[in-house]
Design a protein around this ligand. Sequence first.
Ligand code: SF4
Length: 239
Amino acid sequence: MEKCRYSSIQTLGTLDGPGVRFVLFLQGCPLHCGYCHNPETADINGGNEITLDEVMDQVIRCKSYFGKKGGITVSGGEPLLQARFVTRLFQRCHEEGINTCLDTSGCMYNADVERLLAVTDLCLLDIKMTNDEDYKNHIGCPIAAPLKFLEMLKAHGVDTWLRQVIVKGINDSEQSVGKFGRLANAYDNVKLAELLPFRKLCSSKYEELGKPFPFAQYPETDSELIKNLSRFIDKNVQP
Ligand code: SF4
């Protein structure tokens, strides 16, 4: 039986891709981003199991809400860790005429991931920092990994939205944001480059888990700063 380990499901999400979407948050992530707002998804053995048929039953019940733009988004955690399951899920969604979206850090690439890209309509790719040192210090992989992933998205012709959480004192300089904007411009398949504010709503999750919140000392990012920095990005309007 095809099944996955998942953390939660949001039946009518509006923040993870275009339109109204069914969002499946998978369990397990090899990274340790300092601002991670889903620390409960880290352990690949945590969460609960659900079968492909059970997920599809729920997706189909939501289908009438999706409209022209909506569909399914698989997020996490890191969905690439369960790429085979996500591939089967996206194939089933395509059979039902449902748009598929993958929300990923792009931290790994292998034959299973390659097959997944073939059935992915849209990718939300986090380019979390703009230099290798920050990636290694605050994220836990080299910047080369998501950059390679972006190349593979281009090779497969997958429409892509790049996203970056802005943290004051780390990646909020004009120089850094400009670099992010130029990266987006260099790829025709990138349709949007979006800056997101760092928020601390997740603090209580860390307390519950008994884990320190790595970015506790950084201030939240206000929406005015995001608006100002977005001026340095050409592709800043949702298509
Ligand atoms: S990739 Fe996502 S789930 Fe994984 S640590 Fe980073 S923010 Fe958290």
